[in-house]
Design a protein around this ligand. Structure first.
Ligand code: FPP
Length: 257
């Protein structure tokens, strides 16, 4: 009998397929405030930065890109700002869906879909359905998303299976939990970037970030561009990653590059 504890499954993306990156796009409000502009203008410019980011990702070796676009906590903002953010998501998907599809981008939305205005929910379904067969870049938009809420949903799914008798409690393992999360099938991010100088995870990809590296950038999100993105990736690639082991030999991640 083997008493060795199970080695945790690390669903690394940076093997042969390319890198997985999550971004907390922060600083739209401060960008606008510094210029005496309304917050909406900061968010609009933030959307342009998002477009630049998505366009440049494949060329920088990124295969999975998860963007924190609207958190469950964002509902506490004034209604007009919430409406602005909803409107910008609609605008982005309506305007760019064709281009995303042409460029081989597969769109996936994570977060709670129920409770969103119907027009938005339909658009999210359409974006996913239209781009389902693409394989150049997985663009994961975290919208109405919270990591704790996602884990709660996953626990509930597993509990239903246990109650139905299709899953034994002892059979619940890391893979079962991965598969019950919104991100099922998407490898964990290797790198999480946050802009604006803040150094927090803010309920983003709590489970999936277990082994992620973090790069905190002083730039406000509307100023994020390909050069900034490349610099963050260069910093990440220079890091030594041990995944709880010892720093012996080349990491499988670096070796793959
Ligand atoms: C943080 O800025 C950003 C957000 C609240 C969400 C990200 C939104 C965008 C990138 C633009 C909209 C695009 C889509 C697709 C919805 P903040 O307002 O918290 O900045 P602050 O901390 O400086 O106030």
């Amino acid at each position: 009998m083997n008493d060795m504890p199970a080695v945790p499954a690390i669903r690394r993306s940076a093997t042969l397929e390319g890198l997985g990156v999550g971004i907390i796009m922060d600083g739209n409000g401060r960008w606008a405030q510094a210029r005496g502009l309304p917050r909406l203008e900061g968010h609009r410019r933030g959307m342009e930065a998002l477009r630049r980011c998505v366009r440049s990702a494949p060329g920088l070796g990124v295969r999975y890109l998860t963007l924190y676009s609207f958190s469950v906590e964002n509902w506490t903002r004034p209604l007009d700002e919430v409406n602005d953010l909803m409107g910008l998501l609609k605008l982005y998907l309506r305007r760019d869906l064709h281009e995303l599809n042409q460029n081989g981008v597969r769109v996936k939305i994570i977060g709670e879909r129920t409770g969103l205005p119907r027009g938005i929910a339909e658009l999210l379904d359409e974006a996913e359905a239209t781009t389902r067969g693409n394989d150049k870049l997985d663009l994961v938009l975290a919208f109405n998303y919270g990591g704790r809420q996602e884990i709660t949903r996953a626990m509930r799914r597993l509990a239903h299976q246990v109650a139905a008798g299709t899953l034994a409690p002892e059979a619940i393992n890391l893979e079962q939990i991965d598969a019950a999360l919104d991100t099922a099938g998407i490898p964990d991010p290797e790198l999480i970037i946050r802009t604006s100088g803040e150094q927090r995870l803010s309920n983003f990809l709590l489970w999936q970030a277990a082994y992620a590296e973090f790069v905190f950038l002083p730039v406000l999100w509307p100023d994020f561009d390909e050069t900034t993105f490349a610099a963050a990736l260069a910093e990440f690639r220079g890091r030594s990653r041990r995944f709880g082991g010892r720093d012996e030999g080349a990491s499988p991640i670096k070796a793959a590059r």
